[in-house]
Design a protein around this ligand. Sequence first.
Ligand SMILES: Nc1ncnc2c1ncn2[C@@H]1O[C@H](COP(=O)(O)OP(=O)(O)OP(=O)(O)O)[C@@H](O)[C@H]1O
Ligand SMILES: O=P(O)(O)OC[C@H]1O[C@H](OP(=O)(O)OP(=O)(O)O)[C@H](O)[C@@H]1O
Ligand SMILES: [Mg+2]
Length: 280
Amino acid sequence: MLKIAVPNKGALSDTASTMLREAGYAQRSDSKQLTKLDPDNGVEFFYLRPRDIAVYVGEGTLDAGITGRDLLLDSHAKASEALPLGFGRSKFRFAARPGTAATVADLAGKRIATSYDGVVARYLAGEGIDATVVRLDGAVETSIQLGVADVIADVVETGSTLRNAGLEVFGDVILESEAVMITRDDADRSALEVFTRRLKGVLVARTFVMMDYDVPAEHVERAAAITPGIESPTVSPLRKEGWFAVRSMVPRSDAQRLMDELYDLGARAILTTDIHASRI
Ligand SMILES: Nc1ncnc2c1ncn2[C@@H]1O[C@H](COP(=O)(O)OP(=O)(O)OP(=O)(O)O)[C@@H](O)[C@H]1O
Ligand SMILES: O=P(O)(O)OC[C@H]1O[C@H](OP(=O)(O)OP(=O)(O)O)[C@H](O)[C@@H]1O
Ligand SMILES: [Mg+2]
């Protein structure tokens, strides 16, 4: 039986469970449930604090987990990223009151409040900067107003929390984070092959759409080059002489532009449909 950790609350929790459901796994129906057994798939899910997940996986008590890349790096656990999952994207950045700091060099001698002291300490060491890290549990934006810190380092998504606190980002992006599947550093990943393939299948189904269209014979080659698909597009003759039907997977984000391009080429009846599941 595989043991897999899922965030029990916070920014990654619902989306992680949704992704696992789309991958065909049973998920808890009540947010107070701590575990969920999925006997049909041979998996038991453990709902844990996202910050603790790398610790459990690193200790080898759980086979894999879903957490944030930033939390994994902050933990120093013996766990590593097996698959980026494309949700829970955020940037980790420094911020301060306008006019107090403009570059990373301005951090020297400052007090930096953060919940991610591991990430911040490593970054400062890499830059050769001497500053004091003040570890807080959350809501670090308020620490400057309350006189506990001069600068903060925190997760920024929309930036609205920073704006509300009258703070501005500065310096390089310290790291770009997203939800990731993690395993123990020395894990035998063969036991996790089906689980990983299923998650990849969900990612493909989310990233691609299926595109179908009809195109005159003389434009089939050009059309196939516009929509090359994963292996190669399926091209079948229409009953109408001189026309072909083409079917190909295309990136969802490109679909509208490709439809315009195909239409200009002379393709008609251009349709896109969602993919619900996939194994590539
Ligand atoms: N808007 C966001 N706010 C907070 N975290 C986000 C956001 N978007 C993505 N994340 C990611 O979610 C993870 C943090 O999750 P969460 O907020 O649940 O943890 P936490 O802050 O330690 O817990 P809590 O806020 O419940 O005390 C990080 O990987 C972070 O990058
Ligand atoms: O850029 P934004 O879209 O505003 O999101 C970023 C904010 O969200 C998170 O806080 P969270 O709600 O997790 O509270 P916490 O600070 O107590 O963890 C994070 O710590 C930032 O404060
Ligand atoms: Mg939080």
